[in-house]
Design a binder for this molecule. Structure first.
Ligand code: FNR
Length: 195
């Protein structure tokens, strides 16, 4: 199972990037995680830019080819960081909306006590427009992030490690369930919708 990971922070000592980098070691054995780099290369979105930037195509292709996506992001002013929202705006303009019907899980880390929860609800709202398939439960937040990681990014909190492993295991099952669903638009689904 191939999962791509998007991190919403550009900061060198980012706790969210530390979290993102700790996921692979805690993932189920058949899950391969690939961290997408280059968030800083997304130009400010402008519909007048006729040529799609290379970074947009690279991320859109990686997301489209993946079995699922995990977004790991800080909360800025109770919402989604502008850099991440800008990248999502670009990706949403890709002709084949790579998030459509894609399983997505959200994670966040914050130095505060709510762990970025409010950001996650705004990100969920954006993902509804993308028609992504969001894992509802378990939710996953890292509060008081500065106390959970060593300066080199090593996770030093057993409860957080257990929660990460549980979240990734749940997402794996969610992706498997999604893959076994009949494709949207099949006759049965159409008839159910019409009834
Ligand atoms: C923050 N921070 C923050 N934290 C939070 O829990 N809720 C919030 O609304 C905000 N708002 C906010 C705005 C801005 C502009 C900054 C720079 C920071 C604090 C934030 O969680 C903390 O700086 C994290 O360490 C940022 O994530 P990274 O860069 O460490 O991954």
């Amino acid at each position: 199972m191939n999962i791509v990971v998007i991190c919403g922070s550009l900061r060198k000592a980012s706790f969210n990037m530390m979290l993102a980098r700790n996921l692979a070691a805690l993932a189920p054995g058949d899950v391969r995680l690939t961290l997408l780099d280059g968030l800083e290369h997304f130009p400010p979105y402008c519909a007048d830019i006729a040529q799609t930037p290379e970074i947009v195509t690279r991320w859109a292709d990686a997301i489209a080819a993946a079995d699922g996506v995990i977004v790991v992001s800080p909360e800025y002013n109770h919402s989604v960081p502008g850099t991440l929202k800008n990248a999502l705006d670009w990706l949403s303009r890709d002709t084949n909306n790579p998030f459509a019907r894609k399983p997505v899980a959200l994670q966040s880390a914050s130095t505060g006590m709510l762990g970025g929860a409010r950001m996650q609800y705004h990100l969920r709202q954006i993902m509804v427009f993308f028609d992504a398939r969001l894992l509802n439960k378990p939710e996953f937040f890292v509060s008081h992030a500065a106390s959970r990681f060593a300066a080199d990014g090593t996770l030093r909190d057993e409860n957080t490690a257990e929660a990460i492993a549980g979240h990734l295991a749940a997402f794996r099952l969610f992706v498997r369930d999604h893959q076994s669903e009949r494709p949207w638009g099949s006759n049965d689904v159409h008839q159910a919708g019409a009834g």
